[in-house]
Design a protein around this ligand. Structure first.
Ligand SMILES: [Zn+2]
Length: 182
């Protein structure tokens, strides 16, 4: 069984190319490693599948980039064998090593960008988002070895044209949640 990761939402929209927030969206100097599911700050995020929490960490922090707020990620090894990285959350509820059920609360939606800190020196892509980028769940899907730190990886984006092989387009996976017979 799979569950849509945003609990209190009626609109189950999967952004597809070339929409903003789609997988491998070309952001001029970077590519988007996941899909963005927009939701109000503080909204509940639940696990898509049953699995085990294999990692929890800091997704963004103002210590690294001045216009970032602090947000967290949680990686679940799914019972189907893939890994979901749920990122840009302000709260994570389970602990590393916990077994979780599909539909179980794992965190709450955070807000990455601190608009007051975005200025002319910020990357063009970030300047365009000033005052209009809503809060979201940033979701990445991996076949193995989820990326948490790499020279080419920053804030859910990949600086390089060649997509890492272990990172996959979650669109089909997300569509399977909607079409699964309950
Ligand atoms: Zn994203």
């Amino acid at each position: 069984m799979k569950v849509w990761p945003l609990k209190n939402t009626t609109l189950k929209n999967i952004p597809e190319k070339p929409s903003p927030g789609s997988f491998w969206e070309d952001r001029e100097d970077r590519y988007h490693c996941g899909i963005d599911l927009y939701a109000p700050e503080g909204s509940d995020v639940v696990a898509i599948e049953e699995g085990i929490v294999v990692d929890i960490g800091i997704a963004t922090t103002p210590k690294k980039i001045s216009y970032w707020n602090k947000t967290y990620y949680i990686i679940v090894k799914n019972i189907s064998g893939t890994f979901c990285k749920y990122a840009e959350l302000c709260v994570i509820t389970p602990k590393k090593g916990d077994n979780i059920k599909a539909g179980q609360l794992i965190g709450k939606i955070g807000l990455v960008l601190n608009f007051q800190k975005i200025n002319k020196a910020s990357p063009k892509y970030i300047q365009k988002l000033k005052n209009k980028n809503p809060s979201m769940l940033h979701l990445e899907l991996y076949l193995n070895d989820p990326i948490t730190s790499h020279d080419n990886y920053l804030g859910g984006n990949w600086f390089g044209h060649k997509k890492p092989n272990n990172l996959v387009d979650p669109t089909t996976y997300m569509k399977s949640i909607l079409t699964e017979v309950k």
